[in-house]
Design a protein around this ligand. Structure first.
Ligand code: HEC
Length: 155
């Protein structure tokens, strides 16, 4: 009897664990699929058209101004002239405005760890960090974001 009650208790606990709502973290690799359409699957980009997501990304990810720039590139878009990896770019990246804060953090973290593999150590973005930067930059145009590039540690 005691064993049965115990088994029942364990069963109920397991069921509760299974049925509790789980706030699944967004899948940065899956979200990167939309970035890959332009920046390519490996992040190598297309010289002069779509910049690489490589060492420059990690350099910018290591300063406050750079982290603000990287976040705003995704939430507001970016339009140069900018130089990445020593090459000039003067196109337009459309804002990825449908991504929520957690998704922006997830895709930046995917790029920082799986796509950009050289450069300084990568410090992950948190959802709250993205939320603050997005709110602060809500009035910026893609051109405005482009002007932040140099001070963000871009070349
Ligand atoms: C429709 C094409 C397109 C898509 C989709 C796109 N980008 Fe871009 N991205 C660009 C272009 C073009 C530029 C450079 C803008 C310029 O030429 O001035 C750029 C610039 C950037 C930069 C700035 C690089 C630097 O060193 O200054 C980052 C970071 C970036 N994109 C990340 C992303 C991420 C992350 C995604 C997916 C969430 C994404 N992009 C989706 C086209 C795109």
């Amino acid at each position: 009897m005691r064993a049965a009650a115990l088994a029942l208790g364990v069963g109920a606990a397991a069921l509760t664990a299974l049925t509790l709502p789980v706030h699944a973290a967004p899948d940065g690799a899956a979200i990167y699929g939309r970035c890959a359409a332009c920046h390519t699957k490996t992040g190598a980009g297309v010289p002069g058209v779509f910049p690489p997501l490589g060492e420059d990304f990690r350099v910018m990810g290591s300063s406050e101004a750079g982290r603000r720039y990287l976040t705003l590139v995704v939430t507001r878009g970016v339009s140069g002239p900018i130089k990445v990896g020593g090459k000039p770019y003067a196109g337009v990246m459309p804002a990825q405005a449908t991504l929520d804060d957690a998704s922006v953090a997830a895709v930046l973290n995917h790029v920082g760890t799986e796509i950009a593999k050289t450069g300084p150590a990568f410090k992950p973005f948190a959802e709250a960090e993205v939320a603050g930067i997005r709110a602060g930059g809500a009035a910026l145009s893609a051109q405005d974001v482009g002007k932040l590039h140099a001070a963000a540690g871009g070349q």
